[in-house]
Design a protein around this ligand. Structure first.
Ligand code: GLU
Ligand code: ZN
Length: 472
């Protein structure tokens, strides 16, 4: 069966630009992008910036940057336009006004004049009485005269959705299965704030309908919001999308992801030198059980993405697992991309062949640019200082060992096999007794990349000097 027989999904990512893109939201964006791509559908980016105080253009720019870095592209959005433009909610106020007016006219919503302090007082009283704090319904049945009176006092009303008691709201969550909520548990909620801006429950739902979104895949923290959104859409006669709520990401200790787990934002990982493909491959498997093995590129990932495999239990973000992907991703980098990734960790001016030799030598041991920097220091820096134990190993090998090694290195262009053969026949040493002193004298370390390519990358004079200093 080809994917063409699947319906084409229209999905979206709807962030609020009020902070750095955290890993949970990055995963949400990735999943929605994959879901649309897999079905040949559309993925759109909608900016939920009706909270003018907390939303900034700088956060929005960073968000777009982060998403693009992660390799996510959208067919509609604030920067690329599209048939449902504008894609910033702050620019959709007049559009919302029509729908709010409809709710008002049909009585599905009403103006609420309660002040913030009145509402707070009422919530406190409910909590004290052991009830969940909910809007008390104070302005639900105001007469026209009472409204005029409040308007005359200069009170700016919010617009509240009237939730009819005694009804059920049922829907099929494509992750959690059948859901049923009773409206008795849902208080009348705000659809327009006193300053005229649209409130989340309202504009989020209305925009999904107006933008033709078929599938809303988002974090579990929104599961209990869904019945309110279905009520709004139903009252307006708008299409209700399919909703699916994916489990939240937690740290390795089971607590919500926070700083102490290593990183919470995509930008932090990027700054530390993580490759996008590594991050994507970890995110892809968080809350999504996939049989697809190995490092997947975007199209393989899209083909392997399956909403039936989305999980209900919290998924652990694991820095150790992320580093496994990172290592794999670094190994898979084409040389050119490796150079770009390593950046100024690569030693400056190197002839192309020398640079290629160095990259070939250190790539297997590089997980971060800092590793490349450290090996560059070993290969191109000052002769290593040996610790006491290393010094003893080298001294034990003796001056003849290093005299022969230095001469063989110079005569054979740093070729390890030739050096080893010469030392072996002169001293009878072999195996670790042969290679360990060589490695220590050359690098100062008893671990690291394979010695032969490392030596090939090392300037001839440096190798000679390092070996020669133990020949006396
Ligand atoms: N702006 C909301 C958020 O960032 C969107 C939620 C949704 O995806 O519906 O949480
Ligand atoms: Zn009120």
């Amino acid at each position: 069966m080809s994917f063409m027989s699947e319906p084409q999904f229209v999905t979206r990512f709807a962030p609020s630009p009020t902070g750095a893109l955290h890993l949970g939201n990055a995963r949400t964006a990735l999943f929605n992008h994959l879901l649309a791509r897999r079905s040949g559908g559309r993925f759109l980016l909608r900016i939920e910036d009706t909270d003018a105080e907390r939303s900034t253009d700088a956060y929005l720019a960073a968000l777009v940057d982060d998403l693009r870095w992660l390799g996510i592209d959208w067919q509609e959005g604030p920067d690329v336009g599209g048939p449902a433009a504008p894609y910033r909610q702050s620019e959709r106020t007049t559009l919302y006004a029509d729908f709010q007016e409809r709710l008002l006219v049909t009585g599905a919503a009403y103006p609420c004049y309660c002040t913030a302090s009145e509402l707070e007082l009422s919530r406190k009283a409910m909590r004290a009485a052991g009830r969940p704090p909910r809007y008390a319904g104070t302005c639900r049945e105001l007469t026209a005269a009472q409204r005029r009176d409040r308007e005359a006092r200069g009170l700016a009303p919010t617009l509240r959705f009237r939730v009819q008691p005694g009804a059920d709201v049922a829907f099929e969550d494509f992750v959690h299965g059948p859901q049923r909520f009773t409206t008795d548990d849902i208080g009348d909620f705000i659809v327009r704030r006193a300053d005229g801006s649209a409130a989340f429950f309202f504009c989020n739902a209305v925009d999904d309908a107006l933008m033709g979104v078929t599938h809303v895949l988002r974090g579990e923290d929104h599961l209990t919001n869904t019945p309110r959104q279905i009520l709004v859409l139903t009252a307006l006669g708008l299409a209700v999308p399919a909703y699916g709520h994916v489990s939240l990401i937690i740290g390795d200790d089971g607590a919500p992801l926070s700083k102490r787990h290593g990183a919470t934002s995509l930008a932090e990982l990027r700054d530390r030198g993580y490759l996008a493909v590594a991050v994507r491959n970890h995110l892809f498997r968080l809350g999504h059980a996939s049989a697809a093995q190995g490092l997947l590129d975007d199209s393989a990932m899209a083909a392997a993405f399956d909403i039936r495999h989305l999980g209900r239990s919290p998924s652990r973000f694991d820095m150790v697992q992320l580093d496994v992907w990172q290592k794999e991703a670094v190994h898979a980098l084409p040389d050119e991309a490796f150079g770009a990734w390593a950046g100024d960790a690569l030693p400056p001016p190197l002839a192309p062949a020398d640079r290629a030799a160095f990259v070939a030598a250190v790539r297997p041991n590089a997980v971060f640019p800092a590793d490349v920097r450290a090996w560059a220091e070993v290969v191109f820096g000052a002769p290593p200082q040996l610790g006491e134990a290393a010094e003893a190993v080298v001294r034990d090998a003796g001056s003849e060992f290093f005299g022969v090694a230095a001469a063989a290195a110079a005569a054979n262009d740093n070729d390890l096999a030739a050096i080893a053969a010469a030392v072996r026949s002169a001293t009878g040493r072999k195996g670790p007794a042969l290679f360990k002193p060589l490695r220590l004298a050359l690098t100062g370390l008893d671990h690291g990349p394979e010695l032969a390519p490392l030596l090939r990358a090392m300037p001839r004079a440096k190798a000679h000097e390092r070996l020669l200093r133990y020949a006396r």
